[in-house]
Ligand binder design. Structure first.
Ligand SMILES: Cc1cc2nc3c(=O)[nH]c(=O)nc-3n(C[C@H](O)[C@H](O)[C@H](O)COP(=O)(O)O)c2cc1C
Length: 167
């Protein structure tokens, strides 16, 4: 089963998080997971994917304008409707809007007809509420990102296991 992770990223944090999610997805048998920056998406791979996870840095506590318009322009075209959907975010501050970013991505996914999944409390600890968020207070240096690696991998693994179960 193919699964895609699509992200925007200017300074590399969200890219790193996307790759950790695909790493976790790849731990599930028979899953082929790939991450794509919004400017270089393999459209055939995404169309064939049973699940798509979308991620964005927090910009003024919102998803970036670029990923918003990417989703507006491509969600329908790439057949998001009926796929399993998930979301993640990176931010600079603890209260920097990561959850709001995730909620708005999930809203767009649902508008497209996706079935959204976070794992949430049903998966036990760590309880990933709406989706994983990394707080990188060191900006481009990425120093804080490693702390979140395991959470992103676990999210990816849970998402892939659910996709294999239900899709
Ligand atoms: C224009 C701009 C706006 C930002 N706004 C926020 C914000 O509202 N809250 C926050 O916590 N971080 C904010 N940040 C920081 C980024 O969300 C954070 O550094 C993120 O990890 C960058 O992701 P990237 O490395 O994938 O580009 C902003 C950064 C930029 C460049």
């Amino acid at each position: 089963m193919k699964l895609a992770v699509i992200y925007d990223s200017k300074t590399g944090n969200t890219k790193m998080a996307a790759e950790w999610i695909t790493e976790g997805m790849g731990e599930v048998a028979d899953v082929e997971a790939k991450a794509f920056f919004i400017d270089s998406v393999d459209e055939d791979f995404v169309k064939e994917s049973k699940g798509v996870v979308v991620g964005s840095p927090s910009y003024a506590a919102l998803m970036t304008p670029d990923i918003h318009s990417w989703m507006m322009n491509n969600g329908g075209k790439l057949g998001f409707g009926g796929k399993l959907g998930g979301a993640f975010a990176t931010e600079q501050y603890t209260h920097g809007g990561g959850d709001v970013v995730i909620q708005s991505i999930l809203t767009m996914e649902m508008v497209n007809g996706m079935l959204c999944y976070s794992g949430g409390g049903s998966c036990g600890s760590p309880c990933i509420h709406l989706g994983p968020v990394a707080v990188n207070s060191n900006l481009e240096k990425h120093n804080d990102m490693e702390k979140y690696k395991e959470n992103f991998k676990i999210f990816g693994k849970r998402f892939a296991a659910k996709a294999v179960e239900v899709m």
